[in-house]
Design a protein. Structure first.
Length: 148
């Protein structure tokens, strides 16, 4: 039975994942694992898949481990944590890969203030092709200056 605790844990996990995406993007992807993220900043890679997609796999495994612990060990709070991670991954995929980078031609006509701000922040991030010069590493929560 879903309780208020499950909902709170799910929502807190989802929000923590935005911080984790920012932290991972800034310090790991643009740091010691740049070689996995570099092709995402290049316009001329010749595959639909990118080495950068490995980061999805990592968080998918973390989510799966949470489901496993809930299912086989009975630790109740690992289910909403796993669902929160999975929901953030789905939101990230929809916003980043489909809406912003158009890996699938969907959501092409969304044009509200929030959508414009997300696109602008991401465009600023990709303006620099190197690992050091980039800014704006968040995904769903970007600084207010991009919404002006």
């Amino acid at each position: 039975m879903i309780t208020i605790y499950w909902i709170l844990i799910f929502l807190v996990t989802f929000c923590i994942m935005e911080f984790m995406a920012w932290f991972t993007h800034k310090y790991i992807m643009h740091g010691f694992l740049w070689y996995l993220h570099k092709d995402h900043h290049q316009k001329d890679h010749n595959s639909w898949f990118e080495r950068n997609d490995a980061f999805f796999i990592f968080y998918g495994i973390v989510s799966f481990i949470c489901f496993y612990i809930w299912s086989y060990e009975g630790v109740w709070f690992t289910l909403p944590i796993g669902l929160g991670i999975m929901a953030y991954g789905a939101a990230y995929f929809l916003v980043h890969d489909i809406f912003i980078h158009q890996r699938f031609r969907l959501f092409t006509r969304i044009n509200n203030k929030y959508a414009k701000g997300l696109r602008k922040a991401h465009k600023i991030h990709h303006k620099h092709l190197g690992k050091r010069e980039s800014e704006c590493f968040g995904m769903l929560f970007v600084p207010f200056k991009y919404f002006k």
